[in-house]
Design a protein around this ligand. Structure first.
Ligand code: PLP
Length: 406
């Protein structure tokens, strides 16, 4: 039984007031709040078990290393990935995708080679490929979403031509909530011999993920959206692709031997993790993922699907509100504009006065906003602790905006 009131008690920040009103936190797409178990585990790590990892033979370094390394196994379990050695720690999805761009794509792609992208992508899954366009003449090939925001896997597969070397696609849009059938894309891409990178920054948060079922080559996640700390994250990379990769950043921890004239590297995944990592952050992410697995991602998905349906029905009832992309089966993420002069920032400010946190702007997805002919939207993004009463609070806040600005 999914007891949302009990779950809310796990998140200390949810009981605070903002502008004199109970906090209604609907900015989970940007970053989620943290349960007490994560905060406590991080405090404990700093207060009792902190030292650098992999370096010392002393007591504290050994405990810190064990706790930190155990997170690889937790991430693998969370992602349904067979082997913890295929998990590379990062600071988030942005770093994971840059690692693939610098470490796998840059040495392999030549001028005229193509990367197939969808227009739903976040800048984190666009700009690292623009680097290759600017520096190496790589061509970006864009696939547009349907009118309702859905992405047709057939169109992505059709876009893969003889010059295509990579497909880079999101699992879930952070703007429209569109859930992408990445397994179908991977099947089609595999048949054409082209690897697939999946941006799992949103997709991993709202439903169970199985790398084995998706069949991709790279899957990147972000700890702070998964109810863990900022500065934590990971990317799953298949063994085959790891073998093809050169290191991205150089420094301590990623080497085997360093001489005046030569260097050899540690085995993956350490080969791709230079310098002192976010030790306590990754430990915190591990606790957050354990928390999610204890709740059950199926249960989280069920709760959020009910919230999505309720929010969709209430938002569609506002005939002066325009939803951008509202595909069936999407996540509980809604982007919208209001008829009339109200800018997304105005709406967000009025809502904030009522304690309601939403995001306003381009959501790091300028090509998608341009496709819709917009420069900004408001976004309400729900998480595992949100309630129907919070949907109602959003709706009455929007009704006030309509009265103020119409
Ligand atoms: N991809 C998507 C779909 C996102 O929503 C985000 C963050 O908003 C990112 C990538 C980047 O994540 P991070 O900033 O944690 O690296």
């Amino acid at each position: 039984m999914y007891d949302v009131a009990k779950i809310r008690d796990d998140f200390p920040i949810l009981s605070r007031k903002v502008n004199g009103k109970p906090l209604v936190y609907l900015d989970n797409g940007a970053s989620a709040q943290k349960p007490r178990v994560v905060i406590d585990a991080m405090n404990k790590a700093y207060e009792e078990e902190y030292a650098n990892v992999h370096r010392g033979l002393h007591f504290l370094s050994t405990i810190a290393t064990e706790k930190y390394e155990a997170v690889r196994g937790i991430v693998a379990r969370f992602l349904g990935a067979p082997d913890p050695e295929e998990i590379v720690f990062t600071t988030g999805t942005t770093e994971g995708i840059n690692l693939v761009s610098y470490g796998w794509a840059a040495p392999r792609l030549q001028a005229g080679d193509e990367i197939v992208l969808s227009l739903l992508e976040h800048h984190a899954n666009i700009v690292p490929w623009h680097f290759l366009r600017e520096r190496q003449g790589v061509v970006l090939k864009w696939v547009e979403p349907e009118a309702d925001g859905a992405l047709d896997p057939g169109k992505v597969i059709d876009a893969i031509g003889p010059k295509s070397k990579l497909v880079a696609v999101t699992h879930m849009s952070n703007v429209t909530g569109t859930l992408v059938d990445v397994a179908a894309i991977c099947r089609g891409a595999r048949a054409k011999g082209v690897p697939v990178l999946v941006d799992g920054s949103q997709g991993s948060v709202h439903r169970p993920v199985s790398i084995a079922e998706i069949g991709c080559d790279f899957y990147a996640i972000t700890g702070h959206k998964l109810y863990g700390p900022s500065g934590s994250g990971a990317i799953w990379i298949s063994k085959d692709r790891m073998r093809e990769m050169r290191p991205f950043m150089g420094g301590g921890d990623m080497i085997r031997e360093v001489h005046r004239d030569s260097v050899t590297y540690a085995d993956p995944p350490m080969k791709f993790e230079a310098g002192t990592p976010g030790i306590v952050q990754q430990i915190g992410m591990g606790v957050a993922l354990e928390y999610l697995m204890a709740l059950g991602m199926e249960n989280v998905a069920g709760h959020e699907a009910a919230l999505r349906d309720y929010a969709r029905q209430r938002l569609r009832g506002l005939n002066w509100l325009n939803l951008q992309g509202d595909a069936p089966g999407k996540g509980a993420i809604f982007s919208f504009t209001l008829d009339g002069p109200a800018h997304a920032h105005d709406i967000s400010t009025v809502l904030d006065q009522r304690g309601i946190a939403v995001r306003a702007g381009t959501h790091c997805a300028m090509p998608l906003l341009a496709h819709y002919g917009l420069t900004a939207t408001c976004r309400a993004s729900f998480g595992l602790y949100n309630t129907e009463a919070e949907v109602d609070a959003l709706i009455s806040g929007l009704e006030l905006c309509h009265e103020l600005f119409a």
